[in-house]
Design a binder for this molecule. Structure first.
Ligand SMILES: [Zn+2]
Length: 139
């Protein structure tokens, strides 16, 4: 095999490899929409059992914004836990004013949405203390 034949062979192999690369390796974000990940969606809020009966549309991914993400994380009631791209909070924890319609008429969370309903007891106690603290110190 001479040099140009070898080069042609390498190009051919590269073409085959490019065609056979799984979509998940090229665009990992596309894989999140496949059915098998939808089945495994669970709610990150501690003790949220009812989320098992919800369909995958009822789960919302953590916000990109770091400060919002931190608030969501605190509200799950989990200690020493960091949400991943596969962490969700279910619809039951959001009040109606957290939702809006997007351009496709789908119901989505708005950018200010934070979980406020059905939160773990110890989280609610901390929230209550913060509210009491703020109201006492804002006078
Ligand atoms: Zn939940």
């Amino acid at each position: 095999m001479n040099f140009s034949q070898a080069l042609a062979k390498i190009r051919e192999n590269e073409e085959i490899r490019a065609k056979s690369t799984p979509i998940a390796m090229v665009a990992p974000e596309l894989k999140q929409n496949t059915e098998d990940t939808e089945i495994t969606k669970t709610c990150a809020v501690l003790g949220c059992e009812e989320s098992k009966n919800l369909n995958s549309d009822s789960f919302f991914r953590f916000p990109e914004d770091p400060s919002f993400k931190q608030i969501w994380t605190d509200l799950t009631g989990r200690n020493n836990w960091t949400p991943t791209d596969y962490s969700y909070i279910c619809v039951q924890h959001f009040s109606v004013d957290c939702f809006e319609c997007d351009a496709h008429d789908a119901v989505v969370l708005n950018s200010k949405a934070v979980p406020s309903l059905k939160l773990p007891k110890h989280v609610l106690e901390v929230l209550f203390m913060n509210i009491v603290y703020k109201t006492q110190h804002s006078k």
